[in-house]
Design a protein around this ligand. Structure first.
Ligand SMILES: [Zn+2]
Length: 434
């Protein structure tokens, strides 16, 4: 079932250690794992995907998002982060029960897969409900318990959050789906006290968890945290021992040189979200500087209420354009941007040994890019094509751990007509808040 022979790929972008691009290549996926590249003899009895006219590459990895917020697409426009949060929190309070979170995640997981994203690091309430929904659609969905000082829309108090975290590995195992690392997700240093962060760090250490949270998204956040604690967010994370666990910073727009050093010493990584940062006027993360220092940089969309969609190709393109704006066109390394969307993200998330590249022994999280569109002709530079010309509509087929979750631009595990009807029905509840 999860075996496929992908034949005659015009190109295979591997994201391996030498960024190899293979031409006219064949891949054999056996039981969800890439078992051979250009096998000498064709295995019998497996499904064949004729990839002539296609480019095969690792699935894209969205390293910071809030999937269920797809239901709030276009809900908070023309506002900065503060105005955004006020408007969004009102809507979340009105509709985001577990069932609705699951519905929003189902919608988002479908959108993500159709656009070539195979993994998402997803911070949102009711992770059991969202995880079940995303796994059913076929996404490699990294959810985890959320930690906040105050009662969130999930109505949980601090001890409930700790209890949920202790049970999370069992809940995730019961749901099944592709392998994911264990993550704890305190929202940020401005919503979680140092005492609470220290408690999360201690529990995380006991349970072998990794951490994902928002860090230095805006200058206002940095000012606020400095006023309250006399430290930068990264310093708070170091001192509470959060950074003793592998940590992925959502955004990381405003990291000082000293923050970069702290983060490097502790192996923290940055999930760069240029679309959301530009839209909310949060600033621009200097990923050229971060990468030169040795920080791993993944790419992310953020939630649909601030980025409006989950288009990783748009994020890839924006990331490249912003490097050019800040450092000049010569500084743009398109291969490095593609690595950020694939293997570097995988490494940042703790999945580097499983996905993110096309190599024997890796799980088959693969996408096929149909090269037949006029906007993809001619091909002088494959990496530049991926960064500046390919879009979501060019993704024809998607596999997650060998499961063909998108077949010829159609989701295989979801009835999209029923999904769109259910979404339209549910968001009617927001009418009174407009
Ligand atoms: Zn976020």
């Amino acid at each position: 079932m999860r075996s496929v022979l992908i034949t005659n790929a015009k190109y295979v972008v591997t994201s391996n250690s030498t960024n190899e691009i293979l031409e006219n290549a064949t891949l054999f996926v056996r039981d969800g794992v890439i078992s051979e590249i250009n096998p000498k003899s064709a295995p019998e009895g497996v499904e064949v995907f004729d990839a002539s006219g296609h480019l095969i590459m690792p699935g894209l990895i969205n390293s910071h998002t809030h999937l269920a917020m797809s239901l709030l697409r276009g809900w908070a426009e023309g506002v900065d982060l503060q105005g955004f949060l006020e408007r969004v929190w009102a809507a979340e309070g009105a509709i985001m029960d577990p069932e609705t979170c699951a519905l929003g995640t189902e919608l988002a997981a479908g959108e993500a897969l159709l656009g070539g994203t195979t993994t998402a690091l997803d911070m949102y309430f009711h992770p059991t409900a969202t995880h079940r929904a995303a796994v059913q659609v076929g996404l490699r969905h990294i959810a985890g318990p959320i930690f906040l000082d105050f009662e969130g829309i999930d109505g949980l108090k601090w001890p409930d959050r700790i209890a949920l975290a202790k049970n999370w590995p069992a809940s995730a195992a019961e749901i099944g789906g592709p392998h994911i690392p264990l993550y704890f997700m305190p929202h940020s240093t401005y919503t979680d006290s140092p005492e609470h962060l220290a408690e999360v760090a201690e529990l995380g250490k006991e349970m072998g968890a990794r951490v994902h949270l928002h860090v230095s998204e805006t200058l206002m956040e940095n000012d606020d945290v400095r006023t309250r604690f006399g430290k930068t967010p990264a310093e708070v994370l170091r001192d509470t021992k959060i950074l003793d666990l592998p940590t992925v910073y959502g955004h990381g727009v405003h990291l000082s040189d000293s923050d970069i050093e702290i983060s490097l010493a502790k192996s923290a990584s940055v999930a760069h979200c240029p679309g959301s940062n530009l839209k909310l006027n949060s600033g621009v993360a200097d990923i050229t500087k971060y990468k030169a220092a040795g920080l791993k940089v993944g790419l992310g969309t953020d939630g649909c209420s601030s980025s409006n969609d989950l288009d990783m190709w748009a994020v890839i393109r924006l990331a490249a354009h912003l490097v050019s704006l800040n450092h000049g066109a010569k500084a743009v390394d398109v291969a490095s941007i593609i690595r950020s969307a694939t293997i570097e993200s995988a490494e940042a998330l703790g999945l580097g040994d499983r996905v993110g590249s096309v190599e024997v022994g890796k799980e088959a999280d693969l996408i096929a890019v149909d090269l037949s569109a006029l906007h993809l002709m001619p091909i002088h530079d494959v990496m530049a094509l991926l960064v500046y010309a390919v879009g979501r509509s060019d993704v024809s087929d998607v596999w997650v751990a060998g499961d063909r979750v998108v077949r010829n631009r159609v989701l295989t595990h979801v009835d999209t007509l029923s999904l769109s009807t259910r979404v339209a029905e549910r968001v009617k509840a927001l009418d009174s808040l407009k």
